[in-house]
Design a protein around this ligand. Structure first.
Ligand code: HEC
Ligand code: HEC
Length: 412
């Protein structure tokens, strides 16, 4: 604590004391809220009509993703249009922001990075967890008043109320905010971030953690496949790698249902139409089907798509926005069948042991991997750690041409 000796030491020490106390409280508060968040997550009584909770579309045995291409909502017959993503490591996804990239010619480009939902339409996790409640194709609650009314009657209401005054508890908006915070704290829990896949052991120096085939797959991941260019194997915002740069791209996914403008649907920049956030590949072997619209059924298909998209257009069919498809980094990688097999095999090494154990033992949630630090210890790494995202910067200048018309899509 070298800073204590700087300047007026006494003042700083005095100021530091309450922080220590706040530290203890912070940790307890966080654990309490997370426990309440867990109840909300499992509650199927909040939806309209009742019967649907977060876990209905985020199935723990599928790494908290949905095995269906698109999810069904609480209202019979209502369907979403995107494949529900895994909630493992979701609380570690950086907030929506801009990143500058230096081009080969020395010019600087600004690109979007991070954000929640595959189109980045929620800036932060706190913003994200509110939406399923009010989405008509999901939980379908009418208002915060309706939500708060149901929460006050829930059998876990005392957990949610803890720390709130009676006056606050009577305030619908405060009860709702409390609930969003509780869900965020729940998603930050150690069970969602075990980092105990075989790839972690290998990257930590255990040569035997991967089979020979997987090692060949890893070489391809870093070379011919170019996968590691976007699915980073190195650590960035978190001490361990999340297997994504959280940048946006249009891979040319086969069309499925209505056109989905992705990032461009809310940034309104024509160059960003059809772009989706690169997902972390952790536990990807458990989260079929794939891509934002669930259009590819297996990992083998995904790799074949990367490898031969442009060679066999008839196989993959039309895509929503051909004009923005990335044609430089993928589509014709020139990998042999054996290489495709090896790369596909590697994806199994991204699966966390705790999830496999949970499935074997038929448990509801994964156990906490030994040694996983609690949320309080990791607080400065979580993107929400200051609980307030600054306003979004203006649109990246390089995109120039902003669409003048209305948002192409107002739904997610
Ligand atoms: C009807 C199905 C459904 C329900 C119920 C549902 N979700 Fe989702 N969830 C989805 C889908 C589909 C997506 C992906 C949507 C997208 O990317 O635009 C998603 C995305 C998310 C994400 C973003 C993950 C990421 O990678 O950006 C989080 C976090 C999340 N849901 C949490 C929750 C919570 C918490 C609840 C309960 C309050 C919930 N969901 C209820 C279907 C559902
Ligand atoms: C230019 C950046 C980029 C490169 C290079 C790249 N990816 Fe991706 N990857 C993405 C984006 C963006 C998505 C999401 C696309 C979508 O949903 O439409 C994605 C999605 C995926 C998915 C689907 C995950 C899911 O949950 O649906 C897998 C699997 C995958 N990539 C593996 C790979 C592999 C293996 C390679 C190397 C052959 C690779 N990626 C190369 C950007 C990239």
């Amino acid at each position: 604590m070298s800073w204590i000796s700087k300047g007026s030491g006494l003042l700083l020490v005095a100021a530091a004391l309450p922080l220590v106390v706040r530290g203890d409280d912070g940790s307890k508060q966080q654990a309490m809220l997370a426990a309440a968040g867990r109840e909300v997550f499992l509650d199927t009584g909040l939806s309209n009509p009742p019967g649907q909770g977060c876990a209905s579309c985020h199935a723990p045995e599928a790494a908290f993703a949905d095995p269906r291409p698109v999810s069904l909502g609480a209202i019979p017959g209502s369907v979403g249009r995107r494949n529900a993503t895994s909630l493992m490591y979701a609380a570690l996804i950086p907030n929506m922001d801009q990143e500058d990239m230096l081009q080969e010619d020395g010019t600087q480009e600004w690109v979007w990075q991070g954000g929640l939902f595959q189109d980045g339409s929620a800036r932060t996790l706190h913003e994200q967890v509110q939406r399923p409640f009010f989405d008509h194709a999901e939980v379908n609650v009418g208002s915060e008043t309706e939500l708060a009314g149901k929460l006050r009657k829930a059998n876990y209401a005392d957990k949610l109320k803890a720390g709130l005054s009676d006056e606050e508890w009577a305030d619908d908006a405060k009860v709702a905010q409390r609930t969003y915070r509780a869900l965020v704290e729940f998603l930050k829990e150690p069970m969602f971030r075990p980092f105990d896949a075989r790839i972690d052991d290998f990257l930590a120096g255990d040569e035997k953690a991967l089979t020979d085939q997987e090692k060949r797959g890893l070489d391809l991941f870093k070379s011919k496949g170019k996968c590691a260019d976007c699915h980073f194997l190195h650590a960035t915002s978190w001490p361990q790698p999340l297997l994504s740069d959280f940048g946006y791209d249009n891979l040319g996914a086969p069309s499925r249902g209505d056109k989905d403008p992705g990032l461009g649907g809310h940034t309104l920049a024509d160059g960003e139409i059809g772009q989706f956030r690169a997902p972390g590949l952790r536990n990807v072997a458990l989260t079929a089907p794939y891509l934002h619209n669930g259009s590819l059924a297996t990992l083998r298909e995904v790799i074949e798509f990367y490898n031969r998209r442009d060679k066999e257009p008839e196989r993959w069919g039309a895509t929503d926005y051909p004009e923005t498809v990335n044609r430089t980094d993928l589509g014709d990688l020139g990998m042999t069948d054996q290489e495709v097999t090896d790369l596909t095999a590697l994806m199994e090494a991204f699966t966390d042991r705790t999830l496999l154990q949970m499935r074997e033992r038929g448990e509801r949630f994964p156990a906490v991997a030994p040694g996983t630090p609690d949320s309080w210890k990791m607080r400065s790494y979580f993107p929400d750690w200051n609980h307030a995202a600054p306003p979004l910067p203006p649109h990246p200048p390089y995109r120039g041409h902003i669409l003048k018309n209305q948002p192409l899509s107002t739904s997610r």
